[in-house]
Write a protein that binds this ligand. Sequence first.
Ligand SMILES: C[S@@+](CC[C@H](N)C(=O)[O-])C[C@H]1O[C@@H](n2cnc3c(N)ncnc32)[C@H](O)[C@@H]1O
Length: 252
Amino acid sequence: MGNQQLTPSQFDTWANNIHHEMAFWRHWFSDEKFAAGRESRYHQLRHEAYPPDLASELGVSPGVPLRVLDIGSGPISTQRMRARPYPVELICVDALADIYNLLLDEFGYADCPRIHKIRGEELTRFFARDSFHLVNIANALDHCEDPAQTVAEMFEVCRAGGRLEILSVENEGEREGYNGLHQWNLQADDAGLWLWNLGMRINLLDGLGGRFEYEWGYEDHGQQDLRIFKVLVQKVSSARRRAVRPSRQEAA
Ligand SMILES: C[S@@+](CC[C@H](N)C(=O)[O-])C[C@H]1O[C@@H](n2cnc3c(N)ncnc32)[C@H](O)[C@@H]1O
């Protein structure tokens, strides 16, 4: 498991600034300028299906639900509740679940999944090992107090044949001047997924025992001033040598 926790002063900064995150989401629910974004996220969650081949790629047997865990989901997950013809069982967890559930009630999102108050660092306290086909974290790994522990926990609760998906802005700590929850940098390359700040740098894949295949690439999101990347870690069923595939897309 990871042990790359923040120093006491970094933790104080993290804890003291969690209210920025709450303030942002209240604004996101109430301000008209976010209406299109809210609607599109709600529509994706409730009505859009995962790509048709996903469930079979992740080893889901016919008639069995595709089990998805979204960590740091925010109030409305970026995941989906459909994967025709498979049922989907989507579980959303977030450190700020209590606040998000109040916001969902207040703003009338009764048909969205309620969020469980579970931190990424403690998944195996609440979920069985090898229990999810897809374990997602979007724009939240670098917000965690201990990203290395979170990735190790994600890997533990992922089934053999299942997949971790990690979406992140590149080097957010540097970009945001280490303000608020932005205490870490994440960066992917062909050698791995790097976690770093002013005092350390580690490859988050090194703790996974080589039982995976890895690929990564930049996402095309239309913004010039920041890079977003996605990492896929496919958990293999037997101990196999780690295979690192080349990136799908070069940096812009
Ligand atoms: C930028 S938001 C991302 C929300 C959503 N995934 C998205 O892409 O819009 C980051 C989220 O990470 C959550 N978070 C921060 N630390 C966490 C932790 N240790 N475990 C779980 N969630 C955490 C925050 O509460 C926040 O909801």
